[in-house]
Ligand binder design. Structure first.
Ligand code: AMP
Ligand code: GLY
Length: 439
């Protein structure tokens, strides 16, 4: 006999998914969602030169901020689930605009996205919830900021309050550098994002990214990942969006990950709930492992890029249903998410001049391969009018490989990198050295 209560527990039909965004992260998400149980088709909008290259994935031209066209796309393609990749549309309220017409959306509402879009708001929430994080001071004028610096008498971290495409942070090495960074923000270097400034105590320790898939009340924590933010080998040169990543990062063992869940992720989700925010999407904690334990450097309201590219090949075929269940606030009704016990390595090929002055428009050549443990996720690529694939963004392609060991995974990823060529191709040769044998 069937249990009648079971019928109320069945999640709605899930066959057609729209992924919004144009980076390597969105291509990796679409690829993994397309491989999930029962999925017929995945659309990516606006996508990039690689969006239609994965079997079952199709590209649409609609931009992230064109809400009316996105609504039309969802309706004409009978979309069952929308997954929003980047932070800007989340901060602008795209989730609630799509939910208003009854769509199922994975990605927090604009209030929840303040975890990333306002550092001041996020810091206040962390303080209220007792989340371990760097001490901070807020200033709305240069005089106020300089007076805090005068009192502290040590170099501080200077952050523009709003979204600044990952560029609004200066980790100053001296009081003079701190002063300069404060002046730059108030001179308008980051536009509106710098109308308010956050000064922070400088923490020390390795950094790790932890991601939780949240349904408003519950969460699934994914394997920790480590990103390589600096452009040059040896972690030198300017900060970038990320030049490579690997997962699971052995910096955090299962016990520490559980502690992080209990002391950081769950209290943050509860604090959001107390503010009546049903946070349904990715909670990304950028952590620093300090001598006095893990502390939050920042929260983001979406997957990291390139951490997402490294994570997706490890996700089981339940992923699409899990994201749908998060979007519906019903994670308890989803199948449990299986995660491959492999090592995953991601190396990013960037264009010359990245990040300050990326060079675009160069022809990209990619040698075909048939290795199922190797994936190429496009980011800054597009097709020109003559049907040639050309560079169109700073980070061009992520090469991702999985293996039984990090050695295998990185060897495979770097072999994969040799299959790509474009003028000025730039990538780090030392991604993951810290987890490879014999380095
Ligand atoms: P954020 O955009 O807040 O993640 O900052 C960018 C980078 O600046 C981080 O990945 C850290 O490497 C560094 N950073 C930010 N805040 C601090 C801090 N309080 N202490 C030391 N480094 C920091
Ligand atoms: N990889 C860092 C970020 O996505 O913010």
């Amino acid at each position: 006999m069937t249990n009648p209560t079971n019928t109320t527990k069945v999640l709605p039909k899930l066959k057609r998914i729209l992924v919004i965004g144009s980076g390597g992260r969105e291509n990796a998400l679409a690829w993994a969602l397309q491989r999930s149980h029962g999925i017929e088709k995945v659309w990516i909008t606006p996508g990039n030169g690689g969006s239609s290259q994965h079997v079952g994935c199709n590209q649409l031209p609609t931009k992230e901020n064109d809400v009316q066209s996105l609504l039309n796309d969802c309706s004409s393609n009978e979309i069952d689930l929308v997954v929003i990749g980047p932070e800007a549309p989340l901060a602008e309220g795209l989730s609630e605009q799509l939910r208003q017409v009854g769509l199922t959306v994975f990605g927090p509402c604009s209030k929840g996205a303040q975890l990333e879009s306002s550092k001041d708001w996020a810091k206040k929430l962390m303080k209220e919830a007792g989340i371990p994080t760097a001490k901070h001071w807020v200033a709305t004028t240069e005089v106020e900021a300089l007076s805090t610096l005068e009192q502290m008498q040590c170099p501080l971290v200077v952050k523009a309050d709003g979204l600044a495409a990952g560029k609004g942070v200066t980790v100053a090495n001296s009081i003079e550098e701190t002063k300069q960074a404060i002046q730059e923000v108030f001179q308008g270097k980051f536009g509106n994002a710098g109308e308010k400034i956050i000064l922070e105590e400088r923490l020390e320790g390795p950094e790790v990214s932890v991601f939780a898939l949240c349904d408003g009340k519950r969460m699934i924590v994914l394997p920790p990942a480590q990103d390589h933010k600096r452009l040059k080998e040896g972690d030198k040169g300017p900060n970038t969006g990320g030049m490579g990543a690997y997962t699971p990062a052995p910096l955090i063992n299962e016990n520490t990950l559980n502690e992080i869940k209990k002391s950081i992720l769950e209290p943050t989700l509860s604090a959001l709930q107390e503010k009546n925010i049903a946070y349904r999407g990715v909670m990304y904690a950028g952590l620093m492992l300090t001598n006095s334990g893990p502390k939050v450097i920042e929260f983001n309201c979406r997957f990291g890029d390139p951490e997402c590219q490294a994570l997706m090949p490890l996700m089981g075929p339940e992923l699409a249903q899990v994201l749908q269940a998060c979007a519906l606030g019903r994670l308890n009704q989803a199948q449990s998410l299986s995660i491959k016990k492999s090592c995953s390595a991601c190396v990013v090929a960037a264009t010359s001049g990245y990040p300050e002055a990326p060079r675009y428009g160069d022809l990209i050549k990619i040698e075909a391969h048939s290795d199922p443990s190797l994936q190429l996720f496009h980011a800054g690529t597009k097709w020109d009018e003559n049907g040639n694939l050309i560079t169109s963004g700073g980070r061009v392609i992520s090469v991702v490989a999985i293996g039984e060991t990090f050695d295998n995974a990185f060897t495979n990823a770097y072999n994969g990198m040799k299959k790509i060529n474009f003028r000025g191709i730039t990538y780090r040769h030392d991604i993951g050295n810290q987890v490879r044998n014999g380095w």
